[in-house]
Ligand binder design. Structure first.
Ligand code: SF4
Ligand code: SF4
Length: 457
């Protein structure tokens, strides 16, 4: 019996110490993330959680042992049993091509009174009153907008200015001296090189019709039907830094969006030129000059899944990325896309983006039938109107998404649990609300950006 006492004491102390260490570690992670409230809560739990073990052991080692076994069982269930109610509630492939002229950026670029303007609203008169709303607002990075910040907006506009220069470099002459390339070898090279250039993750897919817009909606080729002979696409992500995103919808978000669009564009232009110099047709798709729908190409390249907010959700950075795509006629080995139903299931439960959206543009409902396929669709008109009012591309949804938390050991353990157990997904939704808040407020912008305001929602 003495032995049992001794071992139960050891085990209880060990469990108490383990809980203490886990929550102290979490507390430090939260401090590093400048999440003071979350850090305080974690520290409090670190102090309180071991106490029942110690007290229970003091009064009854049998109960302590029982609680310990129950804990082990729960942990095993939560993390290790792959409860498989992974709801496959969205469809995989759109039935029709999307016309780029219908997206908000294209509509915002229409000049009042111009031929294109008149033709567009003759064809879609129902969109006119909706678009009149955003036209009444100051506009993106405009003076008079809610989060006007001259320095930050000037920095963002410098990125967009540079991207504009890249738009003419997306395509070019193909070297007639064609190099015979080994597909596997060149794919390996492209993947490693793109990471060296600044890409985070990269994948390859075969192109289908639905990857392409039907018509150009921006730039000098407005209304031109898109016809491409390209058979393969290389898609990659670049990370948007957490410290710039967490203050969304303040000005740091539009600075970061501009910068990462630029980085993605620069890498895409460089890689497309590389392929053309080896004798293959290749086109970069950069902000403002796309022929493909990047999130769909990236999803089919195995980089993530489309979530409730309509953005690509990557496994480790969630929606906190920008995308780059190169299309080509070079035959490359395609990566396998396997639908991640755990992510769709988590989105079905979480709904945080819908709660925090200042314009109520994100649906709380289950995915619905849109153009013949079941998916989530945001209200892009009200979202864009808020952008024009705030002056930034908002990003509040991106900033608060539980998948957007930094790529570190703590959050990766949570992500692992989310992926592997539906029971854990339920717990993870509550945990995220408990530590970060059900409707978290925007954080401060980095200190070095002048005109810092905590929240202006
Ligand atoms: S905030 Fe929640 S519901 Fe929204 S995209 Fe992220 S995980 Fe999905
Ligand atoms: S960007 Fe802002 S306004 Fe648009 S859906 Fe996200 S939270 Fe809502």
């Amino acid at each position: 019996m003495n032995n049992i006492y001794f071992y139960s004491l050891q085990i209880c102390l060990l469990v108490a110490l383990l809980f203490f260490l886990i929550f102290v570690y979490s507390s430090f992670v939260f401090i590093y993330e400048k999440e003071k409230k979350a850090a305080f809560k974690a520290f409090l739990i670190a102090l309180l959680l071991p106490l029942p073990y110690l007290f229970t052991w003091y009064y009854s080692w049998e109960i302590a042992a029982f609680i310990f076994v129950a804990d082990l069982f729960l942990t095993f269930c939560l993390f290790l049993i792959p409860f498989s109610s992974n709801k496959n509630s969205t469809d995989n492939y759109p039935l029709h091509k999307i016309d780029e002229r219908n997206i908000m950026f294209s509509r915002s670029e229409l000049i009042e009174g111009s031929d294109n303007f008149n033709k567009y609203y003759q064809k879609y008169p129902d969109k006119k009153p909706l678009d009149d709303k955003f036209r009444k607002e100051p506009g993106l990075t405009a003076k008079g907008s809610l989060f006007y910040n001259r320095i930050a907006y000037a920095a963002a506009n410098s990125s967009f200015f540079t991207i504009d220069k890249l738009r003419t470099a997306v395509d070019g002459e193909i070297n007639p001296d064609k190099e015979q390339l080994d597909p596997a070898e060149i794919a390996k090279f492209l993947k490693a090189w793109s990471k060296k250039l600044g890409a985070l993750n990269i994948g390859i897919t075969k192109l289908s019709d639905y990857h392409f817009y039907s018509h150009k909606g921006r730039g000098k080729d407005y209304s031109k039907e898109i016809k491409s002979t390209h058979t393969h696409a290389i898609a990659f992500t670049v990370e948007m830094t957490h410290e710039m995103v967490r203050a969304a919808p303040q000005a740091s978000i539009v600075m970061e969006s501009g910068q990462q669009y630029l980085d993605a564009g620069r890498i895409a232009v460089q890689m497309a030129h590389f392929l053309r110099s080896l004798g293959y047709s290749a086109r970069a798709h950069v902000d403002g000059n796309y022929e493909v729908i990047c999130p769909l190409v990236a999803r089919d390249s195995g980089l993530g899944e489309i979530g409730r907010m309509g953005l690509l959700m990557t496994p480790k950075q969630g929606p906190r990325v920008r995308l780059g795509v190169i299309t080509t006629d070079l035959n490359l080995p395609a990566d396998k896309w396997e639908k991640d139903n755990s992510l769709i299931d988590f989105c079905n439960r979480c709904k945080k983006c819908a709660r925090v959206c200042p314009s109520q543009s994100i649906s709380f409902d289950e995915p619905k039938l849109v153009d013949g396929i079941k998916r989530w669709q945001i209200n892009s008109e009200s979202c864009f109107t808020y952008w024009c009012k705030s002056g930034t591309d908002c990003g509040r949804c991106m900033a608060t998404c539980p998948y957007s938390h930094p790529d570190n050991f703590l959050h990766n353990c949570i992500r692992w649990g989310i992926k592997h157990s539906s029971l854990f997904r339920i717990l993870a939704v509550y945990l995220d609300d408990f530590f970060y808040g059900n409707k978290p407020k925007p954080k401060k912008m980095p200190q070095w950006i002048p005109g810092n305001k905590k929240t202006q929602e």
